[in-house]
Structure formats: structure tokens, C-alpha cells
Write a protein that binds this ligand. Structure first.
Ligand code: ITT
Length: 188
């Protein structure tokens, strides 16, 4: 089985390849670019999947993700990409200085669409805590700041294989993969 993933983020591609290999799905990657509308992750993923599927004339997946920090009322959330390239991790740590409640969630929404069908949506969430300093060189973006629940290491300290066992992206892509396998088997 083949799936085409539309993203400009190479880290996402690498993680998705690792996750899909458990499901016998071969991932093809295209950096098409799609308009990211304002709204919830689900709105962005739906719109992006529909747009890319129509434009390319084939089924595609897109993924919209973000880090939602409870004490900051969900910030950076849907602005995660922009905030990462402006404030960066040190900026987040400054905002979290003297903040006691450090709970945060990574959320991922995968959108699948074909040129003729409405998008299907798959959600993944992983809870954890914002550390007091950056730790680890693995992963990307907010990974060195985020310690998943029940772990004493940040995503930045975990290998890609370990992160892939428990991440928000693992959950959303796994839900998609199980659904997709069923569909393909029923067509054959
Ligand atoms: P595409 O839209 O092209 O897929 P992107 O990097 O812009 O790539 P998003 O719009 O989904 O992706 O932005 C989400 C941002 O949230 C991303 O750029 C990172 O800064 C952050 N993020 C998402 N998942 C992450 C993860 O697993 N680890 C660390 N940071 C993550």
C-alpha cells in the first residue's frame, strides 16, 4: 500500500516512515504546500487534505500539529510553527518562568482526502510537562522541552523509535493506517 504525505517538514516525514513500516504502508512525500487557514487543527487538516487531493488528482494525507500549554491557555497551539520560528524554545521557557502548572499536550490531526470524497480526520494526543530547561538533541522544534507523562526523559532525549512508540503523531497515523487498511482490503 502506498500513501502520499503532503508536508514541508522533513522530521514529520521521517517519523511517519518509521510509524507506517509497522503497517506495511509505503510513504511517498510531496512538498506541495497548501494554504493553512486560520482555525482549529481539524479545520486546517480538512482544508489542506481537500485542497491537495483536488490539486494533485489523487488521495493524500496532510497533518497539522501543535503544542498546547494549559497554563498559557493553549498557546502556542495552532500558532506552534510560527512561535517556534520567532520566540523559539527559550521564549517559551521565559513565558513559563515561575509557572507552577506545567501540563501541556502535543496534538496531531491527520486529514485524508481523495479528489472525490470529503476528508476523514484522525486525532492523536500525548500529555506531558514542560521542562525548566531544554534537554536532548533528538527530534525537532519543541521536543527538548516536552516530557511525556510517565517518562523522565524529554522527546528530545528519546530516539526516534521510542518517540514513535508514544507520540501524538504515532496515535493519529496509527488510527489512519488501521482505517486505511480496512478500506483497501474491502476494495480488493
Ligand atoms: P507542514 O504544515 O508542512 O506539515 P509544519 O512544520 O508547518 O509542516 P505544522 O503546521 O503542523 O507543521 O506546525 C506544527 C508545529 O508544531 C511544527 O512546526 C513544530 O514547531 C511543532 N510540532 C509539531 N509536532 C511536533 C513534534 O512532534 N515535536 C516538536 N514540535 C512539534
Amino acid at each position: 500500500m502506498k500513501v502520499t504525505f503532503i508536508t514541508g517538514n522533513q522530521h514529520k516525514v521521517k517519523e511517519a516512515r518509521g510509524i507506517f513500516q509497522h503497517f506495511d504502508i509505503r510513504l511517498e512525500h510531496l512538498n506541495l504546500g497548501y494554504p493553512e487557514i486560520q482555525g482549529e487543527l481539524t479545520d486546517v487538516a480538512c482544508y489542506g487534505a481537500k485542497y491537495a487531493a483536488k490539486k494533485l488528482g489523487m488521495p493524500v494525507i496532510v497533518e497539522d500539529a501543535g503544542l498546547f500549554i494549559r497554563a498559557l491557555e493553549g498557546f502556542p497551539g495552532t500558532y506552534s510553527s510560527y512561535v517556534q520560528s520567532t520566540l523559539g524554545n527559550e521564549g517559551i521557557l521565559k513565558l513559563m518562568k515561575n509557572v507552577h502548572d506545567r501540563y501541556a499536550e502535543f496534538r496531531s490531526v491527520v486529514g485524508f482526502a481523495t479528489p472525490k470524497t470529503e476528508p476523514e480526520i484522525f486525532l492523536g494526543v500525548v500529555g506531558g510537562h514542560i521542562t525548566h530547561q531544554q534537554k536532548g538533541k533528538h527530534g525537532f522544534a519543541y521536543d527538548p522541552l516536552f516530557k511525556p507523562e510517565l517518562y523522565d526523559l524529554t522527546f528530545g532525549e528519546l530516539t526516534i523509535e521510542k518517540k514513535n512508540e508514544l507520540s501524538h503523531r504515532r496515535q493519529s497515523l496509527e488510527k489512519f493506517a488501521n482505517w486505511f487498511k480496512d478500506i483497501v482490503e474491502n476494495i480488493d
